[in-house]
Design a protein around this ligand. Structure first.
Ligand code: AHG
Ligand code: MN
Ligand code: MN
Length: 332
């Protein structure tokens, strides 16, 4: 008889049973993230029919055009977590200030990129959501801004939802990385990728190569290196880039290789956001045995100065990331 599939709820309950100190709240929190994923996936499936494509006419705190779906995704996180009572602050890429939620005893802080890859919305390409969970010592009543500004090593859980050909929830609570696929007919996430391990080295690179002439020489040299033919080291690598960080990193997580959004000569901080994108994906990839760096520093060790700060990101298979670092640092 075929094995009965493991649902997200059952998986979480079983994991919790292994940690008697756990209160169960954390499990609810992960389930709520799954719920947001289901709600957004539902919207995205009909996006081309419901006049929810295109822009709102506004720009966000990052100075970027806000898509209607960015707004919808952000509102969905706010609605779900205002009701959950577990989160004392919600910080989002789409909100200038973190949203305090005064819930008695709420001890979690949630940081989200509610919709990642939003330039893909109008063309039916993959999208994602990224989340990072931290524990608060003080709670919303006493102000939590300073508490949010801590290194990525302080995350207690992180992950993403990928809205691709199917919807997936991939997360870590610091004990490996697990992937669940949404079975739409029953509305349940089922365990599809248990204990994901990223290969030590891959054959794929993922980068917006249109920026080549903006990169410092070391980064250019690394990209040139990846394209040289050399059977022994598996080169040339294949280029794959969807414009959705979640989708591109997911491919690398499963198949190996390296994703780069490097610093540019005139913009050394790069494009991606440390708190909403870099840190959570770094925790996931490290938990799967890979690495994530700015080129100079481990992402999870970067001391944040502001909530919306940007960071160069090179993430993926440990060997590939190490080699990229060697080029960037002028050691190769
Ligand atoms: P977001 O949609 O949350 O603003 O993120 C967009 C990010 C990321 O998903 C993607 O990897 C990158 O921006 C694409 O940027 P380019 O268009 O510069 O390649
Ligand atoms: Mn993003
Ligand atoms: Mn976004």
């Amino acid at each position: 008889m075929a094995k009965f599939p493991i649902t997200l709820s059952r998986f979480i309950i079983e994991q919790q049973a292994a940690h008697p100190e756990a209160t169960g709240e954390f499990s609810v929190l992960l389930t709520q993230i799954g719920l947001v994923g289901k709600m957004i996936a539902h919207d995205l499936r009909r996006a081309g029919l419901n006049q929810i494509l295109g822009t709102t006419g506004e720009t966000n705190i990052q100075g970027e055009v806000v898509k209607k779906l960015d707004q919808i995704a952000n509102d969905t996180f706010v609605r779900v977590f205002e009701q959950s009572g577990l989160v004392c602050v919600l910080a989002s890429e789409e909100m200038e200030q973190p949203l305090k939620m005064v819930h008695e005893g709420a001890k979690y802080m949630l940081l989200v990129d509610p919709l990642d890859g939003s330039s893909n919305t109008d063309v039916n390409m993959p999208l994602g959501a990224i989340f990072s969970i931290r524990r608060s010592q003080v709670g919303a009543r006493r102000g939590v801004e300073d508490e949010l500004l801590q290194k990525g090593t302080q995350q207690i859980a992180a992950g993403y939802v990928l809205y691709g050909a199917s919807t997936m929830l991939v997360f870590t609570v610091g004990q490996g990385v697990h992937g669940f696929t949404l079975e739409p007919s029953i509305g349940e996430y089922l365990l599809s990728n248990e204990n994901i391990r990223i290969p030590k080295k891959g054959k794929v690179y993922s980068v917006n190569e249109g920026n080549y002439h903006r990169w410092p020489a070391g980064t250019q040299k690394y990209l040139d290196y990846l394209k040289v033919q050399d059977k022994a080291t598996g080169r040339p690598y294949s280029g794959r880039y969807s414009g959705c960080l979640v989708a591109d990193v997911h491919r690398i997580l499963l198949g190996g290789g390296v994703y780069l959004y490097p610093g540019e000569t005139a913009k050394p901080e790069g494009k991606l956001r440390l708190m909403y994108e870099g840190n959570p994906l770094a925790m996931v990839v490290e938990q799967a045995g890979g690495s994530a760096t700015t080129g100079l520093t481990r992402i999870l060790d970067v001391e944040p100065k502001t909530l919306h700060q940007r960071v160069p990101l090179i993430i993926g298979s440990a060997e590939d990331v190490g080699q990229a670092e060697a080029y960037i640092q002028g050691r190769a």
